[in-house]
Design a protein around this ligand. Structure first.
Ligand SMILES: [Zn+2]
Length: 303
């Protein structure tokens, strides 16, 4: 089941958010943004939001709500309105409580009110059923892979394949499963005309990493021979890095919007601008004094 949150109308936004003058003022501001045309090639990439029901919750010395709110404001203030935003899993703080998703949905409303569609993936700190229940009024159901939540988000210059590596809530390694891998192979073959950008919460389980994607080898066996696959994007490790693998697929490790595991790592989000033969990525760190803030990668797609 793909999970897309479509833009909200002004009436829907007002119906759901705080009432009164502040909401009205906020909505006027946001709906002015909704009138801005979107750049079809720009995409906001977020991961590991770790939102708790309680907005004041502190996790690893930071407030994930404040951090995500800052990212939302930065996306809204970006010079170009993105065609969409992708949030790559670990949406919930820890165990995927229904209230976590209710708060997350509220924090993301401004993006939707500004006319930016959202595509959400799940991580090992999410709970599939709670997520679906909490966001039931927004649910868009198709179920090509049983309970797993997969999506193909098509755009002018690339197709995003958003996969589901949540195995069991709060169990760290990721599992796609044979059915999802088969679906991926078939879907990539059916969309070979455009670059494919594959997004999974879990990082590669290589080099002794037992906490990543357990079927990394089988996964790469699907990606590598399909030349339309240009990038594998993941979160989970709360790190920022961009390196090519041996076949020229770009391995893009998205930073967390919440906290880093390693204090030297930046938190924030990434603006991606797709080109015909590659992409430009720019890291937007919360700490604007961080050495990686504003860090740009100009990626060329393998042929
Ligand atoms: Zn995480």
């Amino acid at each position: 089941m793909p999970f897309h949150l479509p833009p909200l109308s002004r009436r829907q936004f007002l119906g759901r958010s705080l009432t009164g003058g502040a909401a009205l003022l906020l909505s006027r501001h946001l709906f002015a943004a909704a009138a801005r045309p979107a750049d079809p090639h720009s995409w906001a990439l977020l991961s590991d939001s770790h939102i708790a029901a309680d907005r004041a919750k502190i996790a690893r010395e930071i407030n994930p709500t404040d951090r995500l709110s800052t990212v939302v404001q930065e996306v809204l203030a970006w010079e170009k309105k993105p065609a969409g935003a992708l949030v790559n899993g670990d949406l919930s703080l820890n165990s995927g409580e229904p209230g976590d998703y209710a708060t997350l949905a509220e924090l993301l409303w401004p993006l939707r009110a500004a006319g930016i569609p959202l595509h959400l993936a799940l991580g090992n700190h999410d709970h599939r059923e709670n997520f679906w229940t909490a966001l039931h009024q927004d649910k868009r159901v198709t179920a090509p892979v049983g309970a797993k939540q997969v999506a193909i988000v098509q755009s002018a210059r690339a197709n995003w394949f958003v996969l589901d590596s949540l195995d069991r809530t709060n169990v760290t390694p990721g599992v796609l499963g044979a059915a999802q891998l088969a679906w991926l192979a078939k879907s990539l073959d059916a969309h070979a005309d455009k670059p494919a950008l594959v997004m999974v919460h879990h990082n590669p389980g290589t080099g002794g990493n037992k906490n990543g994607l357990t079927e990394t080898e089988a996964f790469f066996e699907i990606l590598r021979p399909r030349r339309q696959v240009k990038a594998y994007l993941f979160g989970h490790s709360h790190r920022w890095s961009v390196v090519p693998d041996e076949s020229g697929i770009h391995l893009i490790n998205l930073p967390a919007t919440s906290y880093p595991f390693d204090p030297v790592q930046p938190t924030g989000w990434v603006m991606a601008h797709l080109e015909t033969n590659g992409a430009r990525l720019e890291l937007r760190a919360h700490d604007t004094a961080h050495a990686a803030h504003g860090h740009r990668h100009h990626l060329q797609w393998r042929s």
